[in-house]
Design a protein around this ligand. Structure first.
Ligand code: GLN
Length: 248
């Protein structure tokens, strides 16, 4: 079943550079969860030097190591205005790991080099002298619902939030934003950033549907997303949560 026209248009930023943690897997989940409801996803891939399409509903920035982030940071800074316009208009913006850091005000890498962020999230990141690695479990409240979200983290950056955003969730397991304040990720309206990858969406169908719901709402098609059989996804979620529990 298909509506014939894409319900959600997703802009995938720098798929050739920020993609180390199966970011395409997250996008595949968005696509399938829409298709299972008879809806379509259209993906615009945007690389270095490409213009930002103004008509997307969800802007996605994936993960990368410091060297990959350095390659895109200046180019991304040049795209800040159209991205801010879209976000201010209500588009969904999701940054994962390296992409999360670049949604903030800037990132100071381990070798001392600094790179600009685009300031869509009020946060700052500085690399520490160790990496924060492992399974993560957190409690997340969005749209009045609270769920457990699971994932994997691997980052040197320590991220500290300013007053303009709130943490995505409170940690049960893992290091999160900075290894010290018990928080993971950031949210401001429909802008979201997280260190969780692995990828994130296959194990967290609830979160995927929240983001799709926001994108559909912005697209002018607010729909009650039909429930799906998530038992495989919930099994993956349970395995990750159990593994995280054993690491302590
Ligand atoms: N380069 C960043 C860091 O190590 C982000 C890493 C990543 O995307 N995994 O903090």
């Amino acid at each position: 079943m298909s509506t014939g026209s894409p319900a959600v248009r997703l802009c995938h930023l720098y798929p050739d550079h920020l993609n180390i943690y199966a970011d395409r897997g997250n996008i595949a989940v968005f696509r399938r969860r829409l298709e299972w409801r008879g809806l379509e996803l259209d993906v615009a891939e945007v690389g270095l030097g490409d213009p930002i399409p103004a008509d997307c509903h969800l802007y996605y920035l994936g993960g990368g190591q410091d060297r990959d982030q350095l390659l895109v940071a200046e180019d991304l800074a040049g795209k800040a205005d159209p991205l801010r316009l879209a976000a201010d208009d209500g588009a969904v913006v999701l940054g994962v790991c390296g992409g999360y850091q670049l949604l903030g005000h800037g990132y100071a890498a381990a070798d001392g080099r600094t790179m600009p962020g685009i300031g869509l999230l009020d946060l700052e990141t500085t690399a520490g002298d160790s990496r924060l690695i492992g399974d993560v479990v957190l409690d997340v409240t969005l749209d009045g619902q609270t769920r457990t979200v699971v994932g994997y983290e691997n980052h040197a950056g320590r991220t500290h939030l300013g007053g303009g955003c709130t943490p995505l969730g409170r940690l049960r397991r893992g290091h999160g934003n900075n290894g010290s304040d018990g928080c993971e990720g950031a949210v401001a309206g429909r802008r979201m950033g997280t260190y969780l990858h692995g990828p994130l969406m296959p194990k967290n169908p609830w979160l995927a549907d929240i983001l799709l719901g926001w994108a559909l709402d912005y697209a002018g098609h607010p729909v009650e997303l039909a429930p799906l059989d998530n038992h495989l996804e919930q099994s993956a979620h349970a395995v990750a949560a159990t593994r995280a529990g054993k690491r302590r």
